[in-house]
Design a protein around this ligand. Sequence first.
Ligand code: SAM
Length: 156
Amino acid sequence: MSHTEVCFICEYVGELLDEKEAESRIDNDEYLFDVGNYDEEIPKRNATCNNNLKVESNSFQRKDEDGFTLDAVSYGNVGRFINHSCSPNLYAQNVMYYHGDRRVPHIMFFASKSIAPLEEFTYHYNYNIDHVYDKNGNMKRKNCRCGSWKCEWRMY
Ligand SMILES: C[S@@+](CC[C@H](N)C(=O)[O-])C[C@H]1O[C@@H](n2cnc3c(N)ncnc32)[C@H](O)[C@@H]1O
């Protein structure tokens, strides 16, 4: 069986941090995922499914105000193991359940295309290249090793 579009994969689960706590962990960012405070009016990236259904992929422009971050380094689920790819097969979507506080939506991954058995799940981390900084304000760089022919060579 293969995973197809509009197929729910899993949630990104982690410790919920406010902006200040997230910033204090910025030098250990391996499992950080920024959530909330997104302007839903400004689509950032779109992906087209193989049935021509247009889906929004990480399609929220982050606002400047304080937001929340999930850290899966100590508490998490299988979502913490999903790597970045420049040609991903999943997209992350804000989903509301249990509560109506739109500042802290749940982050759910869905398939954006058919996924063959044993194919790795990946999503686009959507970093702004040259806009990620360490605690001292120095720009951070991380090379991408996704192996896609569309690889942008930098994660951030
Ligand atoms: C949420 S973790 C993903 C799972 C992680 N690879 C593991 O084994 O636990 C995110 C970290 O994995 C690494 N990573 C994920 N995708 C990558 C990619 N395409 N190229 C290089 N490193 C990647 C980076 O170090 C990144 O900060």
